[in-house]
Design a protein around this ligand. Structure first.
Ligand SMILES: [Fe+2]
Ligand SMILES: [Fe+2]
Length: 357
């Protein structure tokens, strides 16, 4: 590892909750990539969890509340965009908290069960983190159950399909047949690779990037960066588990790729969210806060595909997935224009790129 990368990794690994306020999310991704190369075992990841523990109670949201209530004028639109994304995470954390236990129970060996037990605690902590944030900052009161109930329908196209149907189906199958190793492999591919490795990592990156650029919500930033560091362990566990499944029998890799092909249209649709009209156009958005849909698309796909590559899927399969995903994004962007009868922001970035070339 080169010395500057080593420094970044150490800084991310050892940061206290307080220090995470100053850690750039991009550095968390550098650390994650290094872990992907190192292929940590479940026991390594378990020990990391012991060292990287944190408490939602240590976060102070006083300043966040002031920032949030004073976001008006042009920043009102950004606030609305942020709140929509917070909501997807809050609901997502609850959904993964509620569906992980069958995967813990059916884990094929003791170290994996130990690690997954820590992940269960993490996911509960992430749910509690968001419920505190919604209550104290966003102002949705009444506790976690009432808040989730109020927010339930504020998702995007495909979201309920993936979380209520696909995720529940995959984990229920494990509950019903805990000795069916293929069902467990399918569950991990759904949970750790698609939901965490593709969707959560993508959402986190842009959300934290914007909050950092704006210099707001310090409590949220520290807490959500801690969440991102937790996710780094989770995703790396999934990669290692599926890699080992492939070593046991190459047939298991077909189980993984079949499941990814099945979920890919929905997952791409959730990232592209064609039903969600952007509150403010890229032209109206300050330059440092603009999100380029091509970047988001490519980041989400690379995030998934580089992990599937480590797991052992063939180049042909990965290329096929990439081509299909490109098609799903194009379809979603075309749908955006049909639904809202206005151009999708990708066209703005396309024009900018053409002008710059
Ligand atoms: Fe989580
Ligand atoms: Fe997670």
């Amino acid at each position: 590892m080169d010395a500057s990368v080593e420094k970044v990794v150490k800084r991310v690994d050892d940061a206290t909750l307080e220090e995470l306020r100053n850690v750039d999310i991009e550095d968390v991704y550098v650390q994650m990539d290094e872990m992907l190369k190192a292929r940590p075992t479940p026991l390594d990841l378990y020990f990391r969890w012991e060292r990287q523990n944190w408490a939602t109670q240590d976060l102070d949201f006083t300043e966040d509340r002031q920032h949030w209530t004073s976001m008006e004028g042009p920043f009102g639109g950004i606030r609305e965009e942020l709140q929509r994304t917070f909501t997807l995470f809050f609901l997502g954390e609850q959904a993964v908290t509620d569906t992980l236990s069958p995967l813990v129970h059916a884990a094929p060996d003791e170290p994996s069960r130990n690690f997954l037990s820590t992940q269960l605690v993490d996911e509960a902590r992430h749910s509690v983190f968001f419920s505190r944030f919604f209550e104290e900052v966003v102002g949705i009161e009444g506790g976690i159950t009432a808040a989730l109930e109020r927010l339930r329908d504020r998702t995007v196209d495909g979201y309920r399909v993936l979380f209520d149907n696909d995720l529940v189906e995959a984990t229920e199958a494990v509950r019903e047949a805990p000795h069916d190793y293929k069902a467990w492999v399918r569950g991990i591919a759904t949970y750790h690779l698609v939901i965490e490795g593709m969707l959560a990592l993508t959402g986190q990156r842009y959300l934290l990037g914007i909050v950092r650029e704006m210099g707001i919500l310090p409590g949220f930033y520290a807490g959500f960066t801690a969440v991102a560091r937790d996710e780094s362990r989770h995703v790396n566990f999934g990669v290692r588990a599926l890699m080992e499944a492939g070593v046991r029998d190459r047939e298991h890799l077909d189980v993984v790729s079949d499941q990814i092909f099945k979920l890919l249209p929905t997952a791409c649709r959730i990232v592209a969210a064609p039903d969600r009209r952007f509150v403010i156009s890229p032209q109206e958005t300050p330059e440092n806060l603009r999100i380029n849909p091509f970047d988001v698309r490519d980041f989400s796909m690379n995030s998934l595909l580089k992990r599937l590559k480590v797991i052992g899927l063939t180049e042909t399969t990965l290329n096929d997935m990439r081509t299909k995903a490109m098609g799903y994004y194009d379809e979603a962007w075309a749908d955006y224009e049909r639904i809202h009868n206005e151009e999708h922001p990708y066209r703005y970035f396309e024009r900018m790129a053409a002008a710059g070339a």
